[in-house]
Design a protein around this ligand. Structure first.
Ligand code: PAF
Length: 282
């Protein structure tokens, strides 16, 4: 495995590679990332991971400074999984002030975008830059950040980028908590409570599978349940998988049978995300 920090060296290294599978990350790797790396190996003969904490996607009072940077440990975990690790500095990625941005689709202002203005613009901009730098034929992202994956798919489709986007299933701890680099911010007490978000989503999933179709009521109940346990809730939303628009009456259209319930909420100072898909029999 080769660690590379400059774009010029990376381009030289990849110039003769034809089947590149790429996993962009912000580092502090956990089993969720490693599972994506293994999936990447199934889709490419050269597997590239990037590790870059992108300042453009953090708001002024967010955790950019305290975001865990663990390059050495990350490289150790990537041994045998990645062929190349690209870990550029901020000045390598942004040698001058970035004045050209990807304007993400309107959905970027909802859900997580509602409480993180500019986040998806910064995320989409760095992902476009990384895709242009690495030029993979497939790029992989976790389904845990469902809205991010949706926006990346839209960018790739609408901008005709020659790359296939694959989503990897969320990896969970034994109690069901979705793995996330931010879980380590949780105190021991908060960690004990953190799985309640997934349990709440599973409860809503079961209710839909058992015939509940008043999605607004379900969302409200889930928000109340989380608040009652001390969570500060950003949203719980039942949406269509295909476009992330609010789920409407489930009728003949097969797209309306594939729903996803998404949530974001804070436990203490830690903002956690999760989602569950619901597929209704057509
Ligand atoms: O999901 C992440 O880790 C980041 O948002 C990404 C896609 C690597 C862009 O910085």
């Amino acid at each position: 495995m080769k660690l590379i920090t400059t774009i010029a060296e990376l381009r030289a290294r990849l110039s003769d590679k034809h089947a590149i599978a790429f996993v962009p990350t912000m580092g502090n790797l956990h089993e969720g990332h490693l599972k994506l790396m293994r999936l990447a190996r199934e889709h490419g003969s050269c597997v590239v991971a990037s590790i870059f904490v992108n300042p453009l996607q953090f708001g002024p009072i967010e955790d950019f400074d305290k975001y865990p940077r663990t390059l050495e440990a990350d490289c150790a975990r990537l041994q045998g999984l990645a062929d190349v690790v690209f870990a550029p500095s901020v000045s390598e990625m942004y040698p001058a002030q970035q004045t050209v941005f990807v304007e993400p689709p309107p959905i970027a202002n909802e859900l997580c975008g509602a409480s993180r203005p500019g986040h998806f613009r910064g995320m989409a901009t760095v992902v476009l830059k990384l895709l242009n730098i690495v030029q993979p034929h497939v790029a992989l992202f976790g389904k845990k950040y469902y809205q991010q994956l949706h926006i990346i798919r839209q960018m790739v489709m609408q901008m005709n980028l020659p790359v296939r986007i694959l989503g990897g299933e969320t990896v969970r701890a034994a109690d069901g908590l979705a793995l996330s680099s931010r879980n380590q911010y949780l105190s021991a007490e908060e960690r004990g409570k953190a799985v309640f978000m997934y349990q709440t989503l599973q409860g809503a999933q079961q209710a839909i599978l058992q015939g509940e179709r008043d999605f607004e009521r379900l969302e409200k109940l889930a928000v109340e349940a989380l608040r009652a346990r001390g969570w500060a809730v950003d949203y719980v939303a039942v949406r269509n998988q295909s476009d992330l628009q609010p789920a409407g009456p489930v009728q003949g259209n097969p797209a309306q049978h594939e729903l996803v319930i998404l949530a974001a909420a804070r436990l203490g100072n830690t903002r956690l995300l999760d989602n569950v898909e619901v597929c209704l029999a057509g």
